[in-house]
Design a protein around this ligand. Structure first.
Ligand code: HAM
Length: 433
């Protein structure tokens, strides 16, 4: 039946047990939990920001000529006349919040993480959606390359912990705005004579955002660009030293990487370190995550000079990779107790028992709708409950319940007053047969 109100294109519903893992709320929650736990170990605290921000913040920080700003923003004008944009990423919002709440006044390094939903009006395909979720960090307050190594290592540790091991870390330095400007002059003068051979898109990039020329998949353009100058040759001594120190720290941490002089990230704010983590298990959208340094961004949005570095990891893409690798994840919890009720008197006792069990932290379920005992026992099996707690008129009269272990069929009468205690002990009070 055609749906009257289907969900918007490029979005997902997440629910328990969805066949596509990226739609499974339980698996998504598992990744978030793992990420939060890891961030606590690395000393990062959570930052939550609004889902919309002023449009100016987004355009100023990401860059007018980027695809995100020029093509992909969800921008709207409020009834009050303000232009707001659904956040397409979290770096600028987190830095805005860092300034607004004077976190820089604490001195030292401020380490923040987020689990946030982002919106980009992209052409939807597997692994690329109009609404996606990222797990990310932003660490602010120092230019020390050891922090770059920590941030990269944290991202890799996350993937390792959840079971994605076949990863490639692509690493480069995109220099400062000054060294990049000098490089772009060289790149443009190299490309200019070949420009007629470039695609319409390549020619447009040449005019508006020449660094993006390097991001092509066009075979002829790649062939031409193979001879192009590389950005690493234009780095200042400080930028080169930063990169070499980072590479050394990564070696200390046992992290291997692939240098990628043509790594282009879709944001103008990066300075020095840029990286991407790719997976062969993803298909065309092979970036599981990416990040880099942005030493001028806090100033750009009106704050004191504050260097920083961070990354964002795509939750949907991690789930696609995990599914294609068939990585085991903890199964959703099943009830310990399933209360099976026969008759109205038993129902009121059963409802009280259900509340008592739950109050004691014991996962407990029951059947609604007054079906037969047989149907209720089937439902208990389907829910994979460990014990059925059967309550009928006879049990109520005797002040007991019949407890049945659904794994091995063992049955026992337990005084009603002791049921919670019995289950709290995980059935350890079970008498020997
Ligand atoms: P990004 O590379 O645009 O970086 O996004 C980070 C990750 O989010 C990507 O590698 C990808 O896994 C996932 N992702 C991005 N767009 C989509 C989409 N349309 N559908 C599904 N997944 C997507 C940033 O956003 C930067 N703010 C990262 C950063 C933090 N840099 C420094 N700090």
């Amino acid at each position: 039946m055609p749906l009257k109100y289907p969900r918007p294109k490029g979005t997902h519903d997440l629910y328990p047990g969805a066949p596509d893992w990226q739609d499974d709320s339980g698996r998504c929650q598992f990744l978030e939990d793992q990420f939060r736990a890891l961030c606590r170990i690395y000393g990062y605290g959570e930052m939550r920001t609004p889902v919309f921000e002023s449009t100016d913040l987004i355009t100023r920080s990401i860059g007018e000529e980027t695809d995100i700003v020029s093509k992909e923003m969800y921008t709207f004008v409020t009834k009050g006349g303000d232009s707001l944009t659904l956040r397409p990423e979290s770096t600028a919002p987190v830095l805005r919040a860092y300034l607004q709440n004077s976190l820089y006044a604490q001195g030292g390094v401020t380490k923040l993480y987020y689990c946030a939903t982002h919106f980009r009006y992209e052409r939807p395909q597997k692994g690329r959606y109009r609404q996606h979720e990222q797990l990310g960090v932003e660490a602010l307050g120092t230019d020390d390359p050891a922090l770059d190594a920590e941030v990269i290592e944290l991202a890799l540790a996350f993937f390792r912990n959840v079971g994605i091991r076949s990863l490639t870390l692509k690493l480069s330095s995109v220099g400062s705005f000054e060294s990049r400007a000098a490089y772009l002059v060289a790149l443009k003068s190299f490309v200019e004579p070949y420009l007629p051979e470039f695609s319409a898109e390549g020619q447009a990039r040449f005019q508006t955002n020449p660094l993006r020329l390097l991001d092509t998949k066009n075979a002829r353009e790649l062939e031409i660009l193979a001879e192009a100058p590389v950005l690493s040759a234009y780095l200042s001594d400080d930028e080169r030293a930063h990169h070499e120190a980072l590479v050394g720290y990564l070696a200390d941490a046992g992290v291997s990487y692939q240098p990628d002089p043509f790594l282009v990230r879709g944001f103008d704010y990066y300075t020095k370190t840029a990286f991407e983590i790719q997976s062969p298990d993803l298909g065309a959208q092979n970036a599981l995550g990416g990040g880099g340094r942005y030493n001028k961004l806090v100033e750009e949005i009106g704050g004191p000079p504050t260097p920083g570095i961070g990354f964002g990891l795509g939750v949907e893409r991690a789930l696609i990779a995990l599914q294609s690798l068939a990585v085991e994840m903890p199964p959703p919890p099943t009830p310990t107790a399933y209360i099976v009720i026969q008759g109205e008197a038993a129902r009121s006792v059963g409802i009280k028992l259900l509340a008592d069990l739950r109050a004691a932290g014991i996962p407990a379920e029951t059947e609604y709708g007054g079906r037969s005992v047989k149907a209720q026992m089937k439902a208990a099996d389907r829910a994979q409950a460990r014990y059925a707690l059967i309550l009928g008129d006879d049990e109520i009269a005797a002040g007991t319940l019949q407890l049945k272990n659904l794994r091995d069929g063992w049955q026992h009468h337990v005084p009603l007053a002791e049921a919670v205690e019995w289950l709290e002990g995980g059935g350890s009070r079970r008498p020997s047969p």
